[in-house]
Design a protein around this ligand. Sequence first.
Ligand code: ZN
Length: 270
Amino acid sequence: MFSPQEVERYSRHMLLKNVGVKGQKALLESKVLIIGAGGLGAPAALYLAAAGVGTIGLADNDKVELSNLQRQIIHKTKAVGSYKTESARQTIQEINPGVNVKTHPVRIQPDNIMDIIKEYDFIIDGTDNFPTKFLINNACVIAKKPFTHGGILRFEGQLMTYVPEKGPCYRCVFEEIPPEDAVPSCSQAGVMGAMGGIIGSLQALEALKYLLKTGELLIGRMLVFDGLKMDFRTITCHSPNKTCKVCGNPPRITDVKKNAALYTRSFCKL
Ligand code: ZN
């Protein structure tokens, strides 16, 4: 059971009827994978660590750059040049030594994603490019893993959660990877650092609610945040899209390795 230090550490959770001692125990026994230890993954990892999620996986093969520090708050100036997974692991353990951190310092690809996601209960997509977002979606649908999608650009952010057999997947909504020049990246167009804090923290909250089996997740709803207007909206996504290539009937994508060519950019239907 809980040590006196754990009771004190998690006391504000335990006071919540949606968490309590039972919920806190469930969090300590849970495993969450964060893909991308950057603008979204950094705040998500900090809140999951502080919340006492027992195992946090971090998948990223990048090293910390000075230009990351404006928003990727898990990394310190002294970490510039080191692997993001290692830098994030150190910060997590300073916040909560009770958390087990598993690092995957690799680029997520069709040939490794199924092996990496299989041991986790929930996945957070903190990546910044469409091919990887589509890959994460396809792998999670095939492996029946819940995940939350997040995206930020400039002062805009969006969020949606997929739970197997409960609603549409990311591909139901976006269908195809947009052409390379259709949507600029954060490195091209810029991003307000605090946007990562908002959307990444909401992703952590979705993961915690899923693990605690409480509240209403963003299933079949896309949350869109305009940081300039300070406006949150949720758009209902028709669920699920029968022609979806991965969760439609019959699905065209049933194996992420075999269907790797389907991640190549085609055309934008948005
Ligand atoms: Zn779908």
